[in-house]
Design a protein around this ligand. Structure first.
Ligand code: F6P
Length: 546
């Protein structure tokens, strides 16, 4: 990072923003080529950021900013397996999990490619055995349901991908239990039979209390119905802590490893993807990995002006730091991506929700925004009111497929796309007071009513959005989309000058929860806690005894 060159660009970008007078509506009217100038493609994937308030000089300055932050150098360091996760002294190599044909990366003398392929082959053999019925339950019945027990990165990725690839799902049903709230596992197991259920205990560390608690409950459930000796046929595990898995009692041929150079929120490509592979089959899972690898190659080699993750990251950084937008909404007009916003919340907010620089000082610009969203068109009938007329501007990211998996329901898809396009147009254009008045008068409203109501029907417009368009949500495209977002987080993290790959911020709550358990159980007094915590514990105990 060349700090003074970087700071100079930040100042220049802020000054340019302050000097910008016109609206995006004006910009579109003045430049019929605005879409061509502010959109880029990689194969069938299109990124359109022309409805963000950038100009050609903004993009030029952002390019210089990326140079000052040494984005290219940081990117090379990641792909080469340098230990860029400096607080945990780890390489960051989720890209190696999907690079099955290229050059291997060696980390601490370990040939990553050979190990990745060995685990992938083992997963493939196990997935096929479950899918075919060769690996049956203890009573000889075919496995019909798999239950993945994991949380955070050991849950959100595979759960999101399973839902997204529903049209390719031809294996056993897949369920995901993450919350330590007993309601989650209780309600999941309610409709299942122990004889035909396989549990996958997914935990990088194999110490996460939620996962271990749910795993114990699952073990008891199987034991109670089928006896202790049945456990082996109904459990598998995914972890980097192979010693702890063996203590839990899962046979080594049902344990699939990964490595400390795979962050939890970047792990869906590893053995953490096992439930997905069982659901959609090894061939489709491979297409998913290949798609991600294509995006890696694009990110590694495409020039900045056409590099989709770099562009997405530069615009995201600009919205956050220069425009000072506190949040971004991710709105897939693709129902099967309904878990994507939750997945991106972990990916983005656990990575870039930081306030300490790589050098250990306090950051001087805002870092990662609040990320949230819901699928369209549902969001339109819920929170879009605030996006259109609220007092905060929140950039929106639309995702949509040109082609659906249901050709017989093309009318639905056309309507879906029309809504998606209409929303981004409305955010950009808005509606002036004159337009609102003219529309109401044309409808025959009385002038006095028009005067009264028209201000409420004004839309400021000039609200930024970008659109990611793809042909169809297939395994390869999904792989490309997720890798696109992963690299975007990397780009923004580089510009924020933070470590995007640790997550110390989740530690404190975990430590306090451990200390509070005996207090909640009533084995220890709450007297030495703060008054609110003590009061809440007292109230819980009172409600329980009522
Ligand atoms: O609590 C944060 C976290 O460490 C995430 O980063 C991780 O994805 C999740 O917990 C689950 O961890 P594990 O896979 O080790 O159970």
């Amino acid at each position: 990072m060349d700090q003074s060159a970087f700071d100079k660009q930040v100042t220049a970008l802020r000054e340019q923003r302050a000097a910008t007078k016109g609206t995006m509506r004006d910009a579109f009217a003045a430049d019929p080529k605005r879409f061509e100038r502010f959109s880029a493609t990689d194969g069938d994937l299109l990124l359109d950021w022309s409805k963000c308030a950038v100009e050609a000089d903004t993009m030029a300055m952002l390019e210089k900013l990326a140079g000052a932050a040494d984005l290219a150098g940081r990117r090379a360091a990641m792909f080469e397996g340098k230990k860029i996760n400096i607080t945990e002294d780890r390489a960051v190599l989720h890209t190696a999990l999907r690079n099955l044909t290229g050059k291997s990366v060696v980390v601490d003398g370990q040939d990553t490619k050979a190990e990745v392929i060995a685990v992938l082959d083992a997963m493939g053999a196990f997935a096929e055995a479950i899918r075919s019925g060769k690996a049956a339950g203890a009573t000889g019945k075919k496995i019909t349901d798999i239950v993945n027990i994991g949380i955070g990165g050991s849950d959100l990725g595979p759960a999101m991908v399973t839902l997204a690839l529903a049209p390719y799902h031809d294996g056993p049903r897949a369920h995901y239990v993450s919350n330590v709230d007993g309601a989650h596992i209780h309600d999941t197991l309610k409709g299942l039979s122990p004889e035909t259920t396989l549990f996958i205990i997914a935990s990088k560390t194999f110490t996460t209390v939620e996962t271990m608690t749910n795993a114990e409950t699952a073990r008891k459930w199987v034991e109670k119905a089928l006896g202790k000796e049945a456990i082996g046929k109904h459990f598998a595990a995914v972890s980097t802590a192979l010693d702890l898995v063996s203590k839990f009692g899962i046979a080594s041929d049902r344990v699939f490893g990964f490595w400390d150079w795979v962050g939890g929120r970047y792990s869906v490509w590893s053995a953490i993807g096992l439930p997905v592979m069982i659901a959609i089959g090894p061939r489709n899972f491979r297409a998913f990995l290949d798609g991600a690898h294509e995006m890696d190659e694009h990110f590694r080699t495409a020039p900045l002006q056409k590099n989709l993750p770099a562009l997405l990251g530069l615009i995201g950084w600009w919205h956050r730091v220069v425009c000072k937008y506190p949040a971004r909404a991710v709105i897939p007009y693709d129902q099967r991506l309904s878990r994507l916003p939750a997945y991106l919340q972990q990916l983005d907010m656990e990575s870039n929700g930081k306030s300490v620089t790589l050098e250990g000082g306090a950051v001087t610009t805002p870092t990662g925004p609040l990320v949230w969203g819901e699928p369209g068109t549902n969001g339109q009938h819920a929170f879009f009111q605030l996006l259109h007329q609220g007092t905060d501007f929140i950039p929106v990211e639309f995702l949509a497929a040109a082609v659906s998996h249901e050709p017989e329901l093309k009318n639905h898809h056309d309507l879906l796309l029309a809504n998606c396009l209409a929303q981004s147009e409305a955010f950009m254009k808005g509606r002036t007071l004159e337009e609102a008045r003219a529309q109401m008068l044309a409808k025959g409203m009385k002038p006095a009513d028009v005067d009264r109501i028209a201000p409420h029907r004004v839309f400021s417009g000039n609200r930024p959005s970008l659109t990611i368009l793809y042909r169809k949500l297939d395994p390869r495209t999904l792989g490309r989309l997720i890798a696109l977002y992963e690299h975007r987080v990397f780009v923004e993290g580089t510009l924020f000058n933070i470590n995007s790959f640790d997550q110390w911020g989740v530690e404190l709550g975990k430590e306090l929860a451990t200390g509070l358990l005996p207090v909640v159980e009533g084995k220890e007094t709450a007297a030495n806690r703060d008054a609110s915590t003590a009061g809440l514990v007292g109230h819980i105990h009172q409600l329980r005894s009522a």
